[in-house]
Design a binder for this molecule. Structure first.
Ligand code: FAD
Length: 430
């Protein structure tokens, strides 16, 4: 019988899970290493709810791009050279997944997972989770047809769950968003996609969780996981032992070391992103806009325009590299020629939790009956938060000895990193 749950991590994944389990009637405690209101990846992101982008990061040709961009300090994708064995192993494993077969498998798995995404956010709103929510659609814009054609291969499978990407000419795009410049020649209009102010979503979920009786412990890093055989009994957090019937690791890019403490280290590494907020009002947009070749997300929020981009592997701190910020601002001028930030924009970074196959890790950690992982959501953590929580809830209801839940959850099981030779070998192999 599961009556109580301890969730490690108060990012959007931990909060969505806490909310869902509290609604299921469990007594829930959320433990976080940072202080209340700290800027984590769940706050520092573009705020897009984008099933249309159901694609794993490791894609055919991806690391080729990274190698070509290695020398550029403002490139959108960068692999920082590092001799750390876990980083090298991770990058080699990701390289192995950069093939058409694994990519198509990943797209299919993510599309299925995203089937209920929009309905779940609507349900949040109906249940009193208060957040800034925009249903104005998205534009993916390009300076060349060739890049757009590359994207269309990944948007096509998403049509089966009702998300469309309609090709438009540059002039048709400018009819929808007059701020787009002449360099924009083609694009895709995705009317079903949505966006939120990510800070408001995190705050809204936390407030609703508190109304449901969830307890929050901030400034409380988890430093140990204690077990009796296959059963986790408590976590050591900030010197206090916190017990429960169920434990969920949702510590974002820092989940890997926690799974190591539990005896089954998962290959989750940070993918650092950058962004800044502009309040100049020099450009106004209605849709969220993806600047295709530059790989920059632009999000119109009620009081600011948010720019986000860059994928940097091999960096686990949150320091700001000004070259990367300049790279984002520079590309903005190409697509939005009227953009003119009033003052030095306030930059920020966020660590995405990355996996070598580009798929989230959701499910029981092998060897522990009551320890679940909900992490590794890469570029889609905000989008996938409610459906991740649904899987956790279904697993808790099914109990530890039921072989599996819905087939949609299977591709995400942590078990995929195991092998016949045991978890340590599986980790080396991953
Ligand atoms: C630039 C950028 C743009 C993005 N844009 C989008 C987007 O538009 N749409 C989208 O869907 N996704 C987007 N993402 C991805 C999304 O932000 C992440 O996938 C998501 O926020 C991950 O959430 P999380 O809860 O797993 O991790 P986090 O938000 O990092 O939260 C993890 C929490 O765990 C805590 N923690 C860590 N270690 C411990 C410990 N030992 N003990 C206790 N607590 C611990 C941390 O303090 C933190 O609060 C973007 C990311 C970036 C960086």
């Amino acid at each position: 019988m599961t009556d109580s749950a301890v969730i490690v991590g108060a990012g959007v994944i931990g909060l969505a899970t806490a909310y869902r389990l509290a609604r299921d009637g469990l007594s829930v405690t959320v433990v976080d290493a940072a202080h209340a209101g700290a800027a984590r990846a769940s706050v520092n992101n573009a705020g897009w709810i984008v099933p249309i982008m159901s694609a794993p990061v490791p894609a055919p040709g991806m690391l080729g791009h990274a190698l070509r961009w290695m020398a550029r300090k403002d490139s959108p994708l960068y692999v920082r050279p590092s001799p750390r064995p876990d980083h090298v192993r991770f990058m080699l494993s990701m390289l192995r997944h950069c093939n058409p077969r694994d990519f198509e498998y990943g797209v299919e798995a993510l599309v299925s997972l995203n089937e209920r995404t929009l309905a779940s956010f609507d349900e949040y709103e109906k249940d009193g989770v208060r957040f800034e929510y925009h249903r104005t659609g998205q534009l993916l814009v390009f300076t060349t047809r060739q890049t757009m054609d590359g994207y269309r291969a990944t948007t096509a499978p998403v049509e089966r769950i009702g998300h469309t990407a309609v090709p438009l000419s540059g002039d048709e795009l400018r009819d929808l968003e007059p701020a787009l410049g002449k360099e924009v020649r083609v694009g895709l209009h995705c009317p079903q996609e949505r966006h939120v102010d990510p800070t408001s979503l995190v705050e809204g979920l936390e407030n609703r969780c508190r109304e449901l009786g969830v307890r929050f412990l901030y400034d409380t890093p988890v430093t140990d996981i204690r077990s009796k055989g296959h059963v986790v009994t408590s976590v050591l957090a900030g010197g206090e032992e916190i017990s429960g019937d169920l434990f969920v690791l949702a510590a974002g890019a820092h989940t890997g070391p926690l799974t190591r403490l539990a005896g089954f280290p998962l290959p989750i590494q940070p993918g650092k992103g950058y962004g800044f907020d502009d309040t100049s009002g020099s450009v106004t947009l209605r849709h969220s806009v993806y600047l295709g070749e530059a790989k920059v997300a632009v999000t119109p929020l009620s009081n600011r325009l948010r720019f986000a981009g860059t994928m940097e592997f091999g960096s686990s701190d949150t320091t700001l590299d000004p070259h990367r910020l300049r790279g984002i601002a520079h590309s903005a001028h190409t697509y939005l020629p009227g953009f003119s930030p009033a003052a030095q924009p306030q930059g920020w970074t966020g660590l995405r939790p990355m996996t070598p196959d580009g798929l989230p890790v959701i499910g029981p950690l092998p060897g522990k009956d009551n320890l679940l992982v909900a992490s590794g959501h890469s570029m889609l953590g905000l989008t996938l938060a409610p459906v991740t929580a649904d899987i956790v809830s279904a697993l808790v209801k099914a109990g530890p000895h039921t072989p599996t839940t819905a087939h949609t959850a299977r591709p995400f099981a942590p078990q995929r990193f195991a092998s016949r030779r045991g978890p340590a070998a599986a980790h080396r192999a991953s």
